[in-house]
Design a protein around this ligand. Structure first.
Ligand code: HEC
Length: 163
């Protein structure tokens, strides 16, 4: 099965428009650019999102080391920002048709899409909280925010991931 993924190449389009329209190019807004549609196999999408999840456990470890083991809080900032970025795009890595044999995603990801997206948004907010407190150098609050963020992982897994 193949799944269509939308990819934006706004910069490429604007460049092309500049050549074609000369001075009128500034009026071209990037959101008017036709999106480039690429084809990807469902298995590739699943492999990519699983890779991102496994990488995110590295960031979690980094934050844990910084908060619980007295490490450099700057490392927690970087890790938490990375997780927030991942959380933001996380739902896009679950397009229709990507419930493959190797995937641990439950049907609920697609049947309760709004709930899934709400969970992802809560995760993003929680990660941003970690980054904020870590940036302030507040170890105690960073540790608390970290626990709250970990709870958003578990909450989503309970409803949307197979054990
Ligand atoms: C919005 C829901 C959601 C959130 C939030 C979330 N996950 Fe997941 N996670 C999933 C789903 C669904 C899968 C299954 C993906 C698949 O196999 O297709 C998954 C898979 C994983 C996997 C891969 C497991 C495997 O065997 O394939 C790891 C590791 C993981 N998550 C860790 C985390 C961590 C750590 C966090 C928080 C820092 C987190 N997840 C937050 C929904 C979520």
């Amino acid at each position: 099965m193949t799944t269509r993924i939308i990819g934006l190449t706004a910069a490429g389009f604007v460049l092309a428009a500049t050549t074609a329209l000369g001075t009128r190019a500034q009026e071209v807004r990037s959101d008017e650019a036709p999106p480039t549609v690429v084809q990807m196999e469902a298995q590739q999408v699943v492999a990519a999102r699983r890779a991102a999840y496994f990488l995110s456990t590295q960031a979690v470890g980094q934050i844990k080391a910084a908060t619980e083991e007295g490490g450099d809080l700057k490392r927690a900032v970087a890790g938490a920002r990375m997780l927030a970025n991942w959380a933001k795009v996380l739902p896009t890595m679950f397009p229709d048709g990507t419930k493959t044999e190797g995937s641990r995603a439950l049907d609920t990801v697609w049947t309760d899409r709004a709930g899934f997206e709400t969970r992802a948004a809560a995760y993003q907010q929680a990660a941003l909280e970690v980054a904020r407190f870590a940036e302030e150098g507040n170890r105690e609050e960073t540790a608390k925010a970290f626990m709250a963020m970990a709870a958003t992982c578990h909450a989503c897994h309970e409803q949307y991931r197979k054990e």
